[in-house]
Design a protein around this ligand. Structure first.
Ligand SMILES: Nc1ncnc2c1ncn2[C@@H]1O[C@H](COP(=O)(O)OP(=O)(O)OP(=O)(O)O)[C@@H](O)[C@H]1O
Ligand SMILES: [Mg+2]
Length: 364
């Protein structure tokens, strides 16, 4: 196992006209479980293929610890990769498919058997070991592919590219927790690609959020949720995503329309900003003496476990997540508060500061 370091690594498929992956410097630490999270087309697969050697990056160098592997072909990198769809020898038994990566590297037969049975047990494949892979349904075949990726204990990293797409949703949860178990057991460096935030947040020690060919933030799930550093992270993580509301800084005070909502923390120059606050933290009708803004309720989604109260502040939508059975009705005017420790300020999409309590300053 090794740290995998990308130094100025970027990739263009069209001779430098556009960058599928913008040049980046980044280290994947040994033994950690990462989720690589981002929307379709943001460069996730390109990044994995660069690490495994299927793609040589247009610029930059790749190191496994201190060894420069940029020009080392896939076979020499000792990486296990699992793709979105099953990659199996269809005429071979499940057992032989699982054993293949080990036999290929001349593991002793006893070790092969032990390891194959261990992985089969973890993934629930014991009953089908003798069956031909072709005869399994696609979901099961994908689980075998997953097993092939996990069967070798000594690899530099295991790369999983949306591995559970073809698997039945109910099974997904089980498999994901199995994956975590296997990760705890083997201490592989795991990079798990997904565009599903739930999948990313429930699986990883660290979630790396990619947008438009660049890493916008990396951190533990709670950090991304509580303290997004980029508007994209605010939108992409959370359900629904973070509210963004245009505001103005003047004389150190943050104003939304005519209302002062707090002080700008972070020594910011005057001018426009966007306030970001998650629906979970928007308070409706808290202490009326504390600063806030008037909002017109436009609709309420009763979700069972909670309500989503949709409002308009001026012409901008702000959604609050409240307890189920909230008393608000459409067209009523309510008062929204943005708690200082949970409200951030953004400029050009990047977090530039946060809100601080007014402490008697301001006009509201
Ligand atoms: N072989 C290729 N030739 C040309 N362009 C490509 C090639 N592969 C990917 N691209 C482009 O590079 C960008 C990144 O693609 P990539 O497949 O890495 O994204 P992704 O995040 O894996 O997306 P998805 O979630 O849909 O799998 C996209 O704009 C894509 O169209
Ligand atoms: Mg992809």
């Amino acid at each position: 196992m090794a740290d995998i370091r990308l130094e100025g690594v970027g990739h263009s498929y069209d001779g430098g006209r556009t960058w599928a992956l913008k040049p980046m410097t980044w280290t994947w630490q040994s033994s950690r479980a990462y989720a690589l999270l981002g929307p379709s087309g943001c460069g996730k697969t390109t990044l994995l293929n660069i690490i495994s050697g299927l793609i040589t990056p247009t610029v930059g160098r790749i190191f496994f610890d201190d060894r420069d592997v940029t020009d080392v072909p896939t076979a020499g990198r000792n990486i296990a990769q699992v793709f979105q769809f099953p990659v199996l020898y269809e005429e071979m038994s499940v057992y032989d498919n699982l054993a293949f990566p080990l036999r290929n590297r001349k593991y002793p037969a006893k070790d092969v058997d032990e390891r194959v049975r261990q992985v089969a047990r973890l993934l629930g494949l014991e009953d089908v070991l003798r069956r031909r892979s072709r005869r399994l349904d696609p979901g099961r075949q994908q689980i075998v592919s997953l097993g092939r990726g996990l069967v070798r204990s000594q690899v530099a990293a295991v790369l999983l590219d949306e591995p559970l797409t073809v698997v039945d949703p109910a099974l997904k949860w089980t498999l994901r927790s199995k994956l975590k178990e296997i990760h705890r057991d083997t201490g592989h460096t795991l990079i798990y690609v997904t565009h599903d935030q739930t999948e990313a947040l429930t699986f990883a020690d660290e979630v790396v959020v990619v947008n438009d060919g660049a890493i916008v933030q990396a951190g533990e799930p709670a950090e991304l949720f509580l303290s997004p550093a980029h508007e994209f992270v605010g939108h992409f993580i959370g359900s629904p995503g973070m509210n963004m509301l245009p505001a103005e800084i003047a004389d150190g005070v943050v104003r939304v329309g005519e209302s002062d909502v707090g002080l700008a923390e972070g020594d910011l120059p005057p001018g426009p900003v966007r306030i970001g606050v998650r629906p979970e933290f928007v308070l409706i009708n808290g202490d009326r003496r504390s600063p806030g803004v008037a909002a017109r309720v436009t609709g309420i989604d009763r979700m069972g476990a909670y309500d989503l109260v949709h409002t308009l502040v001026g012409e901008h939508t702000v959604t609050a997540k409240t307890e189920a059975g909230s008393p608000y009705t459409p067209e009523s005017t309510e008062f929204l508060h943005f708690p200082a420790d949970r409200t951030f300020l953004f400029r050009d999409q990047v977090r530039c500061g946060s809100l601080a309590p007014l402490n008697g300053r301001g006009t509201t």
